[in-house]
Design a protein around this ligand. Sequence first.
Ligand code: PHE
Length: 342
Amino acid sequence: MTDTTTILAETRARIADAPDVEALRAIEREVVGKDGVVASLLKSIPGLPPEERKGAGQSANELKQAVLAAIEEREASLGSAALEAERRADGFDGTLPPPRVERGTLHPVTQVTRELEDLFTSMGYMVLDGPEVELDDYNFEKLNIPADHPARDTQDTFYCSSPGSSASLLLRTHTSPVQVRAMERLEPPFRAIVPGKVFRQETTDASHEHTFHQMEGLVIDRNVSVGHLIGAMKTLLRGIFKKEIEVRLRPGYFPFVEPGFELDARCPFCTDGCSVCKRTTWIELLPCGLVHPNVLKAGGLDPEEWGGFAFGLGLSRLVMLRYGIDDVRHLLGGDLRFLDQF
Ligand code: PHE
């Protein structure tokens, strides 16, 4: 029987000389293949004297492992030589790492919107959408804000016209018009949130921007009270700030709710006053109230039978609170150095 040490030495020499991967594959077949040298060594074992069998099996296996290792090593060095050759040929350098693929991130407003959508859908709310270019009728009139109502002054916007139509169009100043659109289309009772972009004709500064985000909430049902509204708002705050937050209601005036409130939340960032709450320990968080009977009527509902509550969450403001952003203009400024941080 041929000594496995000799076979290994010879095979190693041939491997070292192999010019390419095909030559290596041929040696591999010849030595460790199905009908190769190692296989015939193993096949001859039963014919050996019993005391030699174990040793013969062992050395055949060792030969196989050693040959495979040598082939692998040579293959690796042939591979890098091939890359080396390629680099010389056309300037392509296969040894360099691949170009970095820039990964984007979701905009902070999108992140908070999705989080709130998850929270509200888990409480049975639908997520609705509405037009950003809205009819004056829905943005104001049907929300109990007639043409000469002073509340219009606080929500100046961008007006536009549509060729061939006398309809009075504008960029919506709030997500509230979707309240009426929802009532017109959905069978009560229902609950919905409406996240979206809104627009105002404003002189911009750190806390005013011509385009920002709101999230409207609307619940239509029988026998809805302010208690339901407070309960829903506390759940909302618990979802956002991950802890129990004390709230207080102050009277607030919005023509489409009655009674209307400004809801303040106990500052989630301090206990005795900080810059976020301007040392008051309260932050003004969201306007809300019970849906005005005139709005229910505008939506085709009978105010004797149906009632509801609505709230208008300032999404942009909430995002700023959450991430400690001090200027609303960063949000839509499009500066990647800002956006990369989220
Ligand atoms: N739409 C109002 C605004 O933008 C906010 C609001 C919504 C108030 C719902 C009450 C109820 O100012």
